[in-house]
Design a protein around this ligand. Structure first.
Ligand code: HEC
Ligand code: HEC
Ligand code: HEC
Ligand code: HEC
Length: 442
């Protein structure tokens, strides 16, 4: 009896100790999580088919204001994107760019991106030449509709004419039609209502489109590398699959096509300009299988009054939003040592970006020096065209790899390894080209 009592006491004691340890661990781990611990997700949203309102626009696209009675929260959140209005002058920040982009519009005017509400204002204002309407591809759903309705002929129309027509008819900046067609309320499940309205994506990917999350494709309609077809001036995406999205494969694609964006006078090189390959860096990165763009840029929020739960359409940096930071921690503060990065996501991302931008400055300055040396050789009359072409090819390629990293807007946050690979490749090509140039002089 005595013995049994003692055993029972021991068990009870052990259980109490275990409970105490668990409770303490709970308090400690809760203490680490400084953000809301369980953020809302798309599973909390109620989906259902909705009657589309009458389109108020002349071209039949249903506008944000048409939808605002049905989806007031989403329309208001999209409008609040106006607050995202900071612009950095890259040419002032990194003067070596003026050298590298010589002979191209970006040497005259190159500011950082700002919110979607400014697309029409900014495209009108840029000092870069823009003769054709194809510059409106990523600025307004009214042009998307026009490209669809004219079977792509609109791309080659004069910019001023089309811009005036669109804005005089109350044209919209990036809006509901861009990502949902006329059917934002058509889905009973998450992502069912997303539509690719930019036909060049459908054309390039074909059946491979189904391998990509619709919430990545919606943004990838514009946040990608693209080019204008030299014959028709229509916008085209160079990749036919995710595997073909690497900077190496895309460079080969352009070279096989014999494509260049401009010929640089001082060096005689046929140059390429990279655009903003955000979809590529995400799809080739470590989150590609688990997260889409919305997961990191569109927090799921709840209206405190009517309790509606929805994706905020403001499109923010995840580092400026508590809900999104809490989402990161669902994985990043786990006990898995491969993922665990500590709880300070801001510090973690900023340290990656710092390493990438520092390397960019080094490689950008070296590229500008290499370009000056090539220009000098080109103008000296001392070398054959064949000799110069060998160096021009290395310069064109080095610039491509540098640019692929420089113009990507996350500064390495989407894909650190890829950013560094691009900069290291550029640096190797600069070394090779400089050595080749020196070997001629010897
Ligand atoms: C129709 C083309 C288009 C689509 C689709 C699009 N964007 Fe954009 N986005 C742009 C353009 C153009 C800018 C730059 C606007 C400016 O500077 O005037 C931009 C800017 C941004 C910025 C601000 C960048 C900065 O440096 O401040 C963010 C963030 C962004 N987009 C995220 C997204 C996300 C996330 C999606 C998908 C949900 C998306 N975009 C879909 C065209 C598009
Ligand atoms: C794992 C989370 C994650 C995913 C998924 C993600 N992003 Fe980002 N994105 C970030 C972070 C972090 C930054 C850096 C923000 C900063 O510097 O403040 C960023 C920056 C950006 C920027 C520059 C914004 C700015 O304010 O400078 C754009 C544009 C952008 N992302 C677009 C996209 C698009 C388009 C997709 C989908 C193809 C996408 N992102 C997917 C985390 C993500
Ligand atoms: C730049 C692209 C883009 C634009 C512009 C856009 N949406 Fe969305 N929308 C999305 C994405 C991405 C999601 C989330 C998909 C997911 O679950 O991953 C979404 C989700 C939705 C949903 C489903 C409910 C929810 O909150 O997730 C509705 C309804 C919706 N959008 C309506 C609209 C309306 C109305 C407009 C115009 C006022 C609009 N959207 C503009 C990309 C866009
Ligand atoms: C579904 C789980 C998950 C979520 C949610 C998540 N991550 Fe990650 N993240 C990972 C994994 C897995 C890795 C890869 C770890 C490794 O291999 O080093 C990673 C790596 C990263 C990296 C390094 C990327 C690189 O290319 O090396 C950054 C930066 C990052 N995450 C930022 C974020 C941010 C910011 C958020 C929230 C907006 C977020 N993550 C949300 C799982 C997640």
């Amino acid at each position: 009896m005595e013995k049994r009592n003692q055993a029972a006491k021991l068990i009870v004691g052990a259980v109490i100790v275990i409970i105490a340890i668990l409770a303490l661990a709970g308090i400690v781990s809760q203490h680490h999580i400084t953000y809301k611990s369980v953020p809302l997700s798309r599973e909390d949203i109620s989906y259902g088919k909705v009657e589309a309102p009458q389109a108020s626009s002349a071209d039949g696209t249903i506008t944000a204001s048409d939808w605002s009675a049905v989806y007031p929260h989403i329309a208001v959140s999209m409008g609040s994107n106006k607050g995202n209005d900071v612009v950095v002058d890259y040419l002032e920040l990194d003067p070596y760019l003026v050298e590298i982009y010589e002979g191209y519009g970006f040497a005259k005017d190159y500011g950082s991106a700002r919110g979607h509400s400014y697309t029409l204002e900014d495209v009108a204002k840029t000092k870069r030449p823009h003769a054709l309407a194809n510059c409106l591809t990523c600025k307004t759903p009214n042009f998307t509709k026009m490209a669809q309705d004219t079977n792509e002929a609109a791309y080659a129309l004069p910019f001023d004419e089309v811009y005036a027509q669109i804005t005089q008819n109350g044209g919209e900046t990036v809006s509901c039609y861009t990502c949902h067609g006329n059917n934002p309320g058509n889905g009973t499940k998450p992502k069912e209502n997303l539509t690719v309205t930019h036909e060049y994506i459908n054309l390039a990917l074909g059946e491979n489109k189904s391998t990509i999350d619709p919430g990545i494709l919606a943004c990838g309609q514009c946040h990608i590398e693209y080019y204008f077809d030299p014959a028709t001036k229509a916008t085209r995406m160079p990749h036919s699959s995710v595997e073909a999205m690497t900077p190496e494969a895309t460079y080969d694609y352009y070279t096989q096509l014999g494509f260049s964006d401009w010929t640089q006078e001082s060096t005689g090189a046929k140059m390429l300009k990279v655009q903003h390959p955000e979809m590529e860096t995400v799809l080739l990165g470590k989150h590609a299988d688990t997260l889409n763009c919305a997961d990191c840029h569109m927090p799921v929020v709840q209206d405190p009054k009517d309790r509606t739960i929805y994706h905020s359409h403001m499109l923010v940096s995840p580092l400026e939003d508590e809900t999104l930071l809490a989402t990161c921690l669902q994985c990043h503060s786990s006990m898995d040592p491969d993922i665990r990065t500590g709880d300070d996501m801001i510090e973690m991302v900023r340290s990656i970006q710092k390493r990438v931008t520092e390397k960019e400055t080094t490689v950008g300055n070296r590229l500008a020096d290499f370009k000056k040396a090539l220009a000098e050789a080109n103008q000296s009359g001392k070398y054959t065209e064949e000799q110069l072409d060998g160096v021009r090819e290395l310069y064109r390629k080095a610039q491509w790899f540098f640019d692929y990293c420089y113009v990507e807007n996350s500064e390495g946050a989407h894909n650190y390894d890829l950013a560094m690979r691009c900069l290291n490749t550029a640096e190797d090509l600069i070394d090779e080209g400089t050595a080749l140039l020196q070997s001629f002089a010897e």
